[in-house]
Design a protein around this ligand. Sequence first.
Ligand code: FES
Ligand code: FE2
Length: 411
Amino acid sequence: MNFNDSQEFADENISIAKGKDGFALENYFYRSDVIYQRELSEIIFKSWFYACHISEIPQNGDYKTVEVGEDSLIIARDKTGNISASANTCRHRGARVCTQKKGNAKSFICPYHAWVYEVNGKLIGARSMGEDFNKDDYRLKKINTHIFEGMVFINCDPEAADFKLATDKLIPAISPYHLGNAKVAATRSYPIDANWKLVIENYLECYHCGPSHKEYAKSHTLRDEASKVAHLNEAMKKKALEEMGFQPQFVAEVTNQYLNSPVFGCDISHLRYALYEKYKTGSLDGQPLAPLMGDFKGYDGGAGDFQFGPLTFMLNYPDHCVLYRFLPRGLKESEMELVWFVNGDAVEGKDYDTDRLIELWDFTTKEDKFIITQNNQGVNSSFYEPGPYSPVFESLCNNFIRWYLEVIGEI
Ligand code: FES
Ligand SMILES: [Fe+2]
């Protein structure tokens, strides 16, 4: 590192960056450990993000872990059927108590000195700790949970705002998919050698879609300027309301994200946009991939684009939904996780083919992985000088960065 990585230097750089609205960030923000630690404490560990779907932990004792930064978090269904989350860090001397990524357990026995915890984090066994030791004082640290449409969201901040107040606003747009009864058809993880902000920025703009995603760009109108595809969006909305019988709120836009989010960490957005004619869904040839979901009686020619918190997004087609979660794993390492949902009673091999189901977004995400890696390498160059965002296509990136600078500059 060729700079003095101090808190004072961070504040100085944040204030300079705030004065360059409309431009990408200096490479300092992708290289500084001081900045990365602020991001973890002020953004990542204070935001709601997706952990898993309730159907992945159906039995009492089922659990799954989520890795974020250097941390591991446990999401589990306890012996009463309640879903809760805890930090996977022993309250004795800190070892990870759960060593598997998922499974079923009556309790977790710490591999170091064998303290015993229930899967919901309650300490139930600790040998030779003296008479004054009270087990109730040493449960695994609690993580907040919020279940929305079957999706378990978590937030590590004890003071986290209630996510329900935000997510309830999305019910008219999302409930027709019946995600609470949906099935996780596939999950894929894409590790990427890039700072997490570059991954988010890439998701927030479709300026790159034409040049970088030839297959995606054939079907999704988001790659075009809004005025050029307005007629397609109008036709899709008419079809959704008049032929499919959905309420106007099903196609209504919601933009409560970043500085427009009334409460920190609870960002939400929704946009339903058209696919090009002949495309019914997000497949390579436009043909259906799975049975229609929930209340859908047919294809309206649209896709619903959602945001849940600063790190989780979802793209919903009438026959399947794809969730995207982006988490940092280090200063220059991130994880993109994609989850494909189909109707709850759909049967693999009969109603859908997993390879075909994931084809478009697996392919598109690998393309994204390539361009984001190039971006990460490029911004780390000493020749890199931030350029302007496209006012037509990259305003959301600019909104994200404006919000980001406010948050990490406030401490
Ligand atoms: S670190 Fe877990 S029991 Fe000692
Ligand atoms: Fe992309």
